[in-house]
Design a protein around this ligand. Sequence first.
Ligand code: AKG
Ligand code: MN
Length: 205
Amino acid sequence: MKQQDFFSSAVNNLALPNAEVRYYPDFIEHEEALFEQLVTEICWQQDTLEMYGKPIPIPRLNAWYGDAGADYSYSGIYLRPLVWTPLLSSLKANVESFLNSRFNSMLANFYRDQNDSVAWHSDDEKELGYQPLIASLSFGQSRRFSLRHKSDPALNTVHMELEGGSLLVMAGETQSHWQHQVAKLTAPCEGRVNLTFRHVSCGNP
Ligand SMILES: O=C(O)CCC(=O)C(=O)O
Ligand SMILES: [Mn+2]
């Protein structure tokens, strides 16, 4: 099946069972300039995972922004939020008004080149609550984003290119039934910034 067959042209809905995935390729204008600004102004850090008692650097840079109290942890990495910059606040406001939803935090990922990646996972940490809405903006180099069903081997893995300036929305049952990844590439590629807006429960509205 060709990749386009998954899309209905009107709303770019990905027609997958147990999932609600929507892709908007031209959501952000002038994304090239924003890519440079995000690379420069985000306070990137190199997180590590502990494996066999040793800290292993994860293959990308990260930063966590959010409202005060929107603490977050995944895979043993604990993140206290940085204060929104004006650019991040305005990107958040765009996404919020488009989706008519509120987000109180954002995980930023910087894939410096083809060697950076994120492994198969679901965004299903308990702080994200039931059926989380995840809004993911991409800037810079397009990278292949893949989705695989957790339990039905008859369903093929789905691949899509997340282009600079695009918005990907995952909602409903997606995180309960599917995992996603951005795999390493063999061919050289330029950098990509991805911002995933989320709502974490932290006692604040
Ligand atoms: O870079 C992407 O498109 C995905 C990032 C991601 O899955 C995450 O931050 O949880
Ligand atoms: Mn994710």
